[in-house]
Design a protein around this ligand. Structure first.
Ligand code: GLY
Ligand code: MN
Ligand code: MN
Length: 440
C-alpha cells in the first residue's frame, strides 16, 4: 500500500466486520423491500472548464466494506443469500496508475471481478434485479439514495464494530506522533505552514488523505473555528492545532492548544482539566445534551476563576454568557466521516432526537451507548463578532474587557479527544496514545 493511512493487510477483526455488514444489509433489504443493494464508490468531480478533477473521496457506505480509495469506478453488490461482489473497472491506461487493490486478506471475503471494458460492467449492472437499491453519490434520480435505507444504515453505523474501533485506534496512533512533531515545530518558532508540513511528514500522508483539512491556527486565527489557511509568520505566541488522520477511511479528530504566554497557558491548563473531567463522566445511558450543559457550567467556572467574568457561574448560564466564549457543540460521532452520521437519530426510521433548546448547534443528541465513538471537545474562544454582541448587553459591565483584549491575541483554546463508549464508561483513545508515544 502506498500510504500509512491504509492497513496493508486486513486487521484480525475484519472478517467479523464483513459478517456484521452482510447481516446488516440482509436485514436492511427485508426492512426496505429490496432484493439487492448496489453501492457505488462515487464520482470524480471535474474542475470547471478544465481537464483536471477534484480528489475522489469514496462513498462512505462503500468504504465501510472495503478500503479501496483511488477509483470511482468500483461497485459492491449485496444480493440476498450470496457472497458480496466487488466490480472494478480498470481500463488499460498509460496516463493514470491502475487502482491499487487491497490484498487477499480483504478480497477473500468477496467475489471480485476486474474489467477493462466499461461495457462488461454495464452488462453486470444491468442484470441486477428490478428491486435493487442504489447508494451512489453521482446518481440524483429518485431511485437512488432512498431515505428509508440510508436512515437504517446510518442508525446502525453509529455502533462501531471491533474492526471500526481498531481502525480509529490506529488512526489515533498515526495522528498523535504527528501532533507531537507539530508541537516541536511550534516550540522552535515555526510558522503555521511549517507546522502543517511537520504534521503531514510525521503522519506520512498527503493533505488530501487527511479526514478533514488540518486546522493550524496561530495567534488570533484560533478565533476562527475552522481556520484552514497556512500562515508564514514565524514565532507565533500560540497554536491551536486540530488535525486527524485516517486508517482505512476511519478518522481521528484531535485538537491541542499551546502557548508561550504564561497567563494564556494557565487558561489552557484549566480547559484541559475541564475536558478531562467531562471525559471521565462519559458512559452509556447519559444524554449528550446533559454533557453539553456540564461543559457550559465548567466554562463558566473557568471564566470566573480567571477573572474574565465577575458573575456566579449559574448566572452566567442563565444570562447566556457562556455561548459567547464556547459557541460550538461539545462533540460529535466519529467514524467514516469526521462528523459521522446518526448523531440526531432516535431510531432506524430517522426520527429526530432533537438537541436541547439551549444548544441547537449540538451535532449529537442521542443517549450514549456502548460501541459509539465520539469526540469531546470543549473550547474557550475570543471571537470578535460574538464579543461585540456581548458588549451591547447589560451583563457587559461584569466582563473584564482589558483581559479579554489581552487574550484575544491568542484567539482561543480547544482540547479534543476521541472516546469509545464501553459497557461501563469510556476509553480515551487520544490520551492513551499521547501517553504511549511519550518519549521515555
Ligand atoms: N475538526 C472538526 C471538528 O472538530 O469537529
Ligand atoms: Mn471534532
Ligand atoms: Mn477537530
Amino acid at each position: 500500500m502506498a500510504s500509512t493511512t491504509r492497513a496493508s493487510s486486513a486487521p484480525p477483526s475484519y472478517a467479523a466486520h464483513v459478517n456484521t455488514l452482510v447481516s446488516r444489509y440482509t436485514e436492511a433489504m427485508h426492512h426496505c423491500g429490496y432484493k439487492a443493494i448496489l453501492l457505488a464508490a462515487g464520482e470524480q468531480l471535474p474542475m470547471f472548464l478544465d481537464d483536471q478533477y477534484y480528489p475522489h473521496r469514496p462513498n462512505p457506505h462503500f468504504l465501510q466494506w472495503l478500503p479501496l480509495f483511488d477509483t470511482p469506478d468500483a461497485w459492491i453488490i449485496c444480493l440476498k443469500g450470496q457472497r458480496p461482489r466487488i466490480i472494478i473497472l480498470s481500463p488499460a491506461s498509460f496516463w493514470h496508475a491502475d487502482p491499487e487493490l487491497p490484498d487477499d486478506s480483504y478480497l477473500q471475503h468477496f467475489d471480485v471481478e476486474v474489467h477493462t471494458d466499461a461495457r462488461m460492467v454495464d452488462a453486470v449492472l444491468s442484470k441486477l434485479p428490478r428491486k435493487t437499491a442504489i447508494i451512489d453519490p453521482a446518481d440524483s434520480s429518485k431511485y437512488a439514495n432512498q431515505a428509508k435505507l440510508l436512515n437504517f444504515l446510518h442508525f446502525h453505523r453509529s455502533i462501531k464494530t471491533d474492526y471500526e474501533i481498531d481502525c480509529i485506534r490506529r488512526a489515533t496512533g498515526i495522528a498523535v506522533p504527528a501532533h507531537k512533531a507539530a508541537k516541536e515545530v511550534f516550540l522552535e518558532g515555526g510558522s503555521g505552514f511549517d507546522i502543517h508540513l511537520a504534521f503531514l511528514k510525521a503522519a506520512g500522508c498527503s493533505e488530501h488523505e487527511l479526514p478533514y483539512p488540518d486546522i493550524i491556527a496561530c495567534n488570533e486565527n484560533a478565533a476562527t473555528l475552522h481556520y484552514e489557511r497556512r500562515t508564514h509568520e514565524i514565532n507565533p505566541a500560540s497554536l491551536l492545532i486540530d488535525a486527524g488522520t485516517s486508517m482505512n477511511g476511519y478518522a481521528s479528530d484531535i485538537t491541542r492548544t499551546y502557548s508561550n504566554n504564561d497567563e494564556f497557558a494557565a487558561l489552557i491548563t484549566s480547559v484541559d482539566a475541564l475536558q478531562l473531567e467531562l471525559c471521565r463522566n462519559i458512559r452509556p445511558g447519559i444524554s449528550f445534551g446533559d454533557a453539553q450543559n456540564d461543559a457550559h457550567l465548567g466554562i463558566a467556572r473557568i471564566l470566573k476563576e480567571h477573572q474574565l467574568v465577575d458573575m456566579a457561574p449559574v448566572a452566567m448560564i442563565e444570562q447566556s454568557i457562556t455561548p459567547v466564549f464556547f459557541p460550538h457543540g461539545l462533540g460529535h460521532m466519529l467514524g467514516l466521516q469526521v462528523h459521522d452520521m446518526g448523531g440526531h437519530m432516535a431510531d432506524i426510521t430517522g426520527k429526530r432526537a432533537t438537541p436541547p433548546k439551549a444548544h441547537p448547534k449540538l451535532r449529537m443528541s442521542r443517549m450514549l451507548e456502548a460501541g459509539m465513538v465520539l469526540t469531546i471537545e470543549p473550547g474557550l474562544y475570543f471571537i470578535p463578532t460574538l464579543l461585540d454582541e456581548l458588549r451591547k448587553k447589560p451583563s457587559s459591565t461584569r466582563v473584564n474587557w482589558a483581559l479579554v483584549e489581552t487574550f484575544s491575541k491568542f484567539g482561543g483554546i480547544r482540547i479534543e479527544d476521541n472516546l469509545v463508549i464501553t459497557k461501563s464508561g469510556a476509553e480515551n483513545l487520544t490520551r492513551d496514545a499521547f501517553t504511549k508515544y511519550s518519549p521515555t
